[in-house]
Design a protein around this ligand. Sequence first.
Ligand code: ZN
Length: 313
Amino acid sequence: MHVASTAVLISEVGPRDGLQSIKTIMPTLNKKLWVDALFNAGIREIEVASFVPARMLPQMADAAEIVQHAKTLNGLTVLALVPNLKGAEHAILAGADKITIPVSASAAHSLANVRKTREEMIKELKRIVEFRNAHAPSIKIEVGIATAFGCTLQGLVAEDEVIGLAEQAALAGVDDVGLSDTTGYANPSQIKRLFRRLRGAIGDKAGAAHLHNTRGLGLANCLAAYEEGVTSFDSSMGGLGGCPYAPGASGNVVTEDLVFMFEAMGVRTGVDLDKLFRAREVLQAGLPHEAIYGMVPEAGLPKGFDAYKENLR
Ligand code: ZN
C-alpha cells in the first residue's frame, strides 16, 4: 500500500492532558473557544476533559460543561478520561461519546496515578464495561496502557507485562487498547517492537499511540508507530502535557508538528494547518503566561507547501 492512501486520525488531548498538567486554570469560556477552533481546523476527536474529583485536579472542575459544549460540534468524537467507574458514570451522563481509561503498566505509577494496583484496575475495567453495556451500549471504551515504555518512578517496565496487561484489558471487553509513553522514555525501535506485539496479541483491538516528546523523540516515535500500522495518534497543541503523578513527565507530541509531518508525507489528516495555527492563537490567548511549543508554527510552512501538497494528491 502506498503511504498516501492511508489516512490517520489526530486525537487532540491538549484540553485534558495539557491543561491538567499546568498550574494555571484556563477559564471555561477559553476552553470552549479553543475546542471550537480545533474543530474548525478539522480535528475530529478531542479528549476534552478528565472526570476526577475537583479537589484533586481543579483544572478539570468544569469537565461536564466542556463535554456538553463539545457535543454541539457535529461530527466530533468527544472523548473524556476517567480513572474509575464513578468517573465513567459522570462522563457518560455528561454525554461523552468515548471514554479513555489509563491502566499503568508500572506497578509504582499505578498506585501513584489511580491509587490502585494493576489487578484492581482490571477489575475496575470490568465494572465500567458492565455499566456501559447495561446503560450506554453505544459509548466506546478505550484503554491507554500508561508508562508502557518506562517509568520515572520504577524505571524499567517489562514488555511482557505491558502486553499481558493489554490482553487482560481486551478480555475485559473494552473496544481498543493503545500504548502510552507517559514519561517520554520510548525510542523508535521499542515503539515498533511493542506495537507489533500488541497487534499480535489483541489484533483489531490494538489502538492509539499516545507519545510524549520529553526527550525529543516524539515525532520519530510517531513515524515508527505509523510504519507499524498505527493510524490513531494522540497529540497536544503547543506540546502541553505531562502527568501530575509521574514526576519529570512533560510535553506531548506537538499537534501542529505532527500534522505537518503527515501532510508533508501525503498522509491525510483532515486538518488544515493554517486554521490549526489560528487555533494555537486561541490557546495562547487563554493561557497568556504559559510557554507553548512547536517547531512548525515557529518556523512557518515551507514556501510553496500548498502547491507541493497538491502534487501529492
Ligand atoms: Zn500523556
